[in-house]
Structure formats: C-alpha cells, structure tokens
Design a binder for this molecule. Structure first.
Ligand SMILES: Nc1ncnc2c1ncn2[C@@H]1O[C@H](COP(=O)(O)OP(=O)(O)OP(=O)(O)O)[C@@H](O)[C@H]1O
Ligand SMILES: [Mg+2]
Length: 310
C-alpha cells in the first residue's frame, strides 16, 4: 500500500436493519495523515459505519477497505494497525489506569506494555496512572480510552464521539491531543461527532451524514466559504444584481426580504462597492454573512429532511 492509497475507502457501503436503512450507499476516502470528520445528528448512522469499518457489523451491500484490506475478509491483519474508541470505553473501575492499560496491552499482544508510561504522558494522565479508574472524572476516562486506542502505536485512529460527556475544557484538551497525534505523530484520525463546532476546529475534511445518506463532503473551509455572502440594501437592486453577476467571484445573487443576497466572500466587499459605484449604484446598507458550519449543517439537514423523507 503506497502513501497515496486512502487509509479508509468505502464503496456504496450500506447497512440495513430490517426495513431501516441505517447507512445508505456511503462513499468516502480518508487520506493518510488527515483528521477526517464524520459529522451527523443522532441516529445518522455514524456508529453503524464505524462498526462496519472495524468488522463488528457486516455490511448488507457495498464494501470498504481499511489500510488496503477489504473489511469483508482478513480484517484482523489490518486491525493490528488500527486503534479505536467505539461509544464509551469500558474499564475495570477497581483497577488503576496503568493496570487497565496492561490488560488491554495483553489482549493486543506484542510488546506494547512498555509503552504505557509514554502513552499516559501523551494523554495527560501521568500523575494519575496509579489511581483506580473508579476515582477518575469522565474526562480522564475518555483520555484513558484514547490511551487504550494508542496501544500498539496504530497508524489509524477511529474515534466514535471521543468527546462525549466532556466539559468545554475537556473537549478542548481532546482536540489539542487529536491535532497533536495527527501533526506530530503522523497518525490518520477518523473522528465522528454530532458537534459541528468540534469538527470545525479539529478536522481537515468533513463528511456530513444524515439518515444514513452523505449530504455533503469536502474541506471544512470550502464548505464554509460556499455559505459566505454579502448582503446589501440598495435602490435599484435588480440593476445591481445584473452588474454583480458579471463578476467572476460572485457565484449568484438572490432577493431576500429587502436585501440583495450576493454569494461572494465578505472580504471582497470593497471591490463589490467599487463595481457598483462605477454604475452609480450606492447601497445604503451592507452586511457580511459569515456562516458557521452549524448553519451550513442545519440548512443541509433541513433540505434533506424535506426532500427525502418518504
Ligand atoms: N443493531 C441494530 N438493530 C436495529 N437498528 C439499529 C441497530 N444499530 C443501529 N440501528 C439503527 O440505525 C440507525 C443509525 O444508528 P447509529 O447508532 O449508527 O447512529 P449514530 O449516528 O451513531 O447516532 P448517535 O449520534 O446517537 O450515536 C438508528 O436509527 C438506529 O436505531
Ligand atoms: Mg453513535
């Protein structure tokens, strides 16, 4: 497998539970070294997809490759190079963090046990490794979960909602840790979340899943820039729309209430005003529309709910 081969690739991956299609012909590719966000509301099919990638659930149709191996056959070889957290990781509460990791390391096989101190340091639990997991906070347990996923120094981490149950500070720490693993340890990270804010801050690319269907995917920045706009109140809005639609950086115009909505990056506002002034068009109000991934997501999930809900 060369460095260009996607670390994960799916081909119309589908899972049906009786009449419910939980994952519907999903296609995506995760590149080596990136943090890939798998975003969707509750019930979108995130965990089901991840369970298929880890060989825990059989696809009904379609297929996928993890580290070049077909998930329907001989996945165990590939899984040795994958670390995963699926839903909330379970530990023995009466044992220390270190001893829990030792148990996992033994299940993993190999000489992973000697790496435990380094792993504890990476996940920020060095001082607490000898304490019983039962005394850990939720955030510490999540970090220990990531520690368990790091045993065996995997090249791919598959993390299903790793910040579930964390407070804002804990989430921030987890994001920093994930970025560090990708940037400094060259790991590829596949991360699911229902929190846009989180994906927006940590991921290079994102896929948005709703009701088992892919509704958008791309670079976070590009998805956001599609939603950026400039809005104007102007006398002669029709003429203004005509002038502006001739500019190659304007993707479209529409009338919304009393506003002329111009699909263009807000940082081009001065050029937009100059173009209008050249035609003696002077807006009396101008405002930028800077979308968050959240508004893009809500728009998209709203559209797909309207359209495909049969
Ligand atoms: N074993 C199962 N049997 C029947 N239906 C299932 C099973 N597992 C999942 N589902 C259904 O498949 C759909 C997708 O569930 P899934 O757990 O993959 O969603 P999710 O995106 O992980 O949601 P959440 O954010 O709540 O974790 C849901 O409607 C769920 O009820
Ligand atoms: Mg889930």
């Amino acid at each position: 497998m060369d460095s260009e081969t996607p670390v994960i690739r799916t081909y119309d991956l589908t899972k049906r539970f009786k009449k419910l299609t939980a994952v519907n012909e999903v296609n995506f590719a995760v590149k080596r070294g990136e943090v890939f966000g798998f975003l969707g509301p509750n019930g979108a099919g995130k965990t089901t997809t991840i369970a298929m990638l880890l060989g825990l659930v059989r696809p009904t149709a379609g297929s996928a490759e993890v580290l070049g191996h077909d998930i329907r056959h001989n996945l165990s070889t590939a899984l040795r190079r994958v670390g995963a957290i699926v839903e909330t990781p379970a530990f023995y509460p009466y044992m220390s963090g270190i001893d829990n990791l030792r148990v996992f390391a033994r299940i993993d096989g190999g000489d992973t046990e000697e790496h435990i101190p380094a792993i504890l340091e990476q996940v920020g639990l060095t001082g607490r490794g000898k304490d019983k997991v039962g005394t850990y906070s939720q955030g510490m347990r999540q970090r220990l979960g990531l520690g368990a996923a790091l045993l065996g120094d995997p090249e791919l981490l598959i993390l299903d909602e790793p910040t579930n149950g964390l407070d804002p500070a804990g989430m921030q720490e987890m994001r920093v840790l994930i970025r560090y693993l990708a940037d400094e340890q060259s790991k590829t990270v596949f991360l699911s979340s229902h929190l846009l804010h989180e994906i927006e801050q940590v991921c290079d690319r994102v896929l948005i899943l709703n009701k088992g269907q892919v509704i958008a995917q791309g670079k976070v920045k590009e998805l956001l820039s599609q939603a950026h706009a400039i809005e104007l109140r102007i006398e002669g809005a029709e003429r203004a729309a005509e002038v502006l639609s001739r500019l190659d950086w304007v993707q479209g115009t529409s009338r919304e209430g009393g506003w002329l909505h111009v699909q263009a990056p807000p940082e081009r506002t001065p050029e937009l005003l100059a173009a209008l002034a050249a035609h003696s068009l002077f807006p009396f109000e101008v405002r930028p529309v800077v979308s968050t991934l959240e508004s893009v997501f809500l728009d998209l999930t709203h559209e797909s709910t309207d359209g495909t809900d049969v």
